[in-house]
Design a protein around this ligand. Structure first.
Ligand SMILES: [Mg+2]
Ligand SMILES: [Zn+2]
Length: 277
């Protein structure tokens, strides 16, 4: 193992758009979405939109077809495959939902790169309607973080990941994200960790307001090519410093052609959920 945990946001980080907006817009429900947005939390609105989309005769297959057309930069796919091949533990922390994320990752052949997907749960009900629920059930107990949306505090998830790897020697976290909800986990990172905010997106702007609040090293990126370059450099640097796995480091460069790797789904993934085919 590389001794590195790479934690990715999903929307506008791994994929180039917001998956919720992408599905709503592509199916022609933008106006209704904008009309309802001021009346309820985003996560509840997505469940409501799935109800409306189903009522208008759109099927799970229609949604799957839209998800499979989601734009992803080839540099992002290459970077994720490289990081996985070099032994990094890869995880997702996202305010999208498990159905959208799994459908997209499977379609582009990246699902097996990730050991854990922390996101809002969902399933397809008997009528064929998608249901989407909050990761954190705020109707029972609020999570108490004032800078995160009520259904998910990504900082709490990072703290859980930190606690779970604390027994292992010298593991570093690389956190990648774009949104304002990626700022809270960025604040939780320790010295020696890295944060990769997408340049000129909300997380980047919040970090720039007072960079001294961030203990991790800050590496901004603009597009998939720059992202791939920076991630590979950080991982290579750590592999060579670690020295325990220099053979891997020597093999591993941006130009290195990766073998096709197939592993069984990791047991750390919370629980099997019905997934769009
Ligand atoms: Mg995002
Ligand atoms: Zn938070």
């Amino acid at each position: 193992m590389a001794g590195i945990v790479v934690v990715f946001d999903f929307d506008k980080t791994i994929i180039d758009v917001d998956s919720d907006n992408w599905v709503v817009d592509q199916l022609g429900f933008t106006d209704l979405f904008n009309q309802l947005l001021p009346t309820m939390p985003w996560n509840s609105l997505m469940d409501r939109m799935m109800k409306e989309i189903h009522a208008q005769g759109k099927t799970v297959e229609d949604i799957t077809e839209v998800l499979q057309r989601t734009p992803i930069h080839p540099g992002i796919i290459a970077a994720i495959k490289s990081a996985h091949a070099s032994g990094c533990d890869m995880r997702i922390v996202s305010d999208a939902n498990v159905l959208f994320i799994e459908t997209i990752l499977k379609h582009v052949g990246l699902r097996e790169c990730f050991s854990e997907i922390n996101t809002n749960p969902g399933y397809v009900d008997e009528q064929g309607r998608l249901r989407i629920f909050p990761y954190h059930d705020f109707t029972i107990t609020p999570h108490g973080c004032t800078i995160c949306p009520p259904n998910m505090c990504k900082g709490m998830i990072i703290k859980r990941i930190q606690a779970s790897i604390s027994a292992e020697p010298k593991k570093k976290i690389i956190y990648v994200g774009d949104g304002s909800n990626d700022y809270c986990p960025s604040l939780k990172l320790a010295e020696g960790d890295y944060v990769m905010p997408r340049k000129n997106f909300p997380c980047w702007s919040l970090i720039c307001e007072n960079p001294t609040l961030i203990k991790a090293e800050i590496h901004g990126w603009s597009d998939g090519d720059e992202f791939e370059h920076i991630l590979v450099r950080i991982i290579n640097t750590n592999l060579m410093e670690g020295n325990s796995n220099s053979a891997t480091a020597l093999l591993f460069s941006p130009d290195y052609k990766l073998p096709t790797i197939s592993i069984a789904a990791h047991e750390a993934f919370p629980r099997p959920l019905p997934v769009l085919q």
